[in-house]
Design a protein around this ligand. Structure first.
Ligand code: FPP
Length: 250
């Protein structure tokens, strides 16, 4: 069935265990710039192709039963890039939100965002809010886009909100535990990631989901994100299925 939908070779999917699929997969979509440079193109071309890759991966993820994909599309540090690249990324996101809504609704994809709204242009915020509103009743995979997102920033935001609630007498300090803390993160209501995929060859976390990935399995590849295929995704799932997760226990 999966083979028919995605023309994945039999050898690639025959030993995937559909009973042991990660519920939440986080992805650092890295290597777009290097991919484009290697082809003599502008870095932005890599982002453009990378946005297409994301569509393919959401489809295959949905098909194998992944419930949530969180993709790092723009970090709080990405503002340091040349304004032409920042503007391109905002435009690309805007176009993505306009052009893909119909397809998302057709496939039951629910769109969400994590990150700070501060600093994002109003026109993007409007498109984000609209995309969330028109997909919120979809019951399929959740595509959670990290935009203007930083893990430290998210933890600070949660800590400040909790402090304000304590100061207002709405929350007792003694009741603050990991569950309460998680309810103040942007990812409130979502399971923590089971698997983090980082293409592009670097072995770092880059301020992504710092709280949430405490026990997440990490899978990296040298493949640049625009070249990342459904087969690579299946390979990552298979590697995940071979891991023994102990969560600090024995
Ligand atoms: C990191 O690669 C990637 C980004 C900073 C942006 C990722 C954005 C996309 C894939 C497209 C946007 C997504 C949507 C949903 C429209 P890099 O530029 O740092 O690559 P490099 O390490 O090769 O320089």
């Amino acid at each position: 069935m999966l083979r028919d939908l995605f023309s994945i070779g039999n050898d690639k999917i025959s030993d995937i265990d559909l009973g042991k699929i990660p519920e939440h997969v986080a992805i650092i979509m890295d290597g777009n710039g290097r991919w484009a440079k290697a082809r003599g193109k502008a870095r932005t071309f890599g982002h453009q192709v990378g946005a297409e890759t994301l569509k393919t991966i959401v489809k295959v993820a949905s098909c194998v039963g992944v419930k949530v994909i969180t993709a790092y599309a723009f970090s709080t540090e990405n503002w340091k890039r040349p304004s032409s690249e920042v503007d391109f990324l905002m435009d690309l996101l805007g176009r993505y939100l306009t052009n893909e809504i119909e397809e998302f609704n057709k496939n039951g994809v629910q769109l969400r965002f994590i990150g700070s709204r501060k600093g994002l242009p109003t026109w993007i915020l409007r498109k984000m809010d609209y995309a969330v509103a028109v997909t919120e009743r979809n019951t399929g995979i959740i595509l959670n886009l990290a935009i203007n997102y930083g893990g430290r920033n998210e933890i600070l935001h949660a800590a400040k909100t909790i402090a304000a609630e304590v100061a207002a007498g709405q929350l007792n300090v003694d009741n603050i535990d990991t569950n309460i803390f998680e309810e103040h993160l942007y990812t409130k209501g979502l399971p923590v990631p089971d698997l983090l995929i980082r293409p592009g060859g670097d072995m770092r976390i880059s301020n992504f989901l710092l709280w949430q990935i405490a026990y997440t399995e990490i899978w990296t590849t040298d493949i640049y994100w625009p070249d990342f295929t459904q087969e690579h995704f299946i390979e990552a799932i298979k590697a995940y299925q071979c891991r023994e997760r102990r969560f600090g226990g024995l």
